[in-house]
Ligand binder design. Structure first.
Ligand code: FES
Length: 104
């Protein structure tokens, strides 16, 4: 297992956006900011070569930009067709405004 990675101050990680994509420890991770909470899942869709961080957000759901499969950003759970596999959900810790992540 890997340890915690420090990503930096929340405001710097996200700027004025709600989604980011970062390559961390060889994994492309999608980061989502909803109501001040951060969620991290694998950014590459489990169905094809698309980035979830480029999809539409609706509540805690993110829609893959390629075939509109829905994932729950809190768990990585696949919620709709054509998805058959979840993506991984990574651990997030926010300490004094600084964001840390641990790959699962
Ligand atoms: Fe994401 Fe097909 S690539 S739903």
């Amino acid at each position: 297992a890997q340890g915690w990675l420090t990503l930096g101050p929340l405001a710097e990680v996200f700027g004025d956006r709600a989604c980011r994509s970062l390559k961390l420890g060889g994994v492309q991770v999608g980061l989502f900011l909803v109501d001040g909470e951060v969620y991290a899942i694998d950014d590459i869709c489990s169905h094809g070569n698309a980035r979830l961080s480029e999809g539409e957000i609706d509540g805690f759901e993110v829609e893959c930009p390629l075939h509109a499969g829905l994932f729950d950003m809190r768990s990585g759970k696949a919620l709709s067709a054509p998805l058959t596999r979840d993506v991984r959900s990574h651990e997030i810790r926010l300490e004094e405004g600084v964001l840390h992540l641990r790959l699962v």
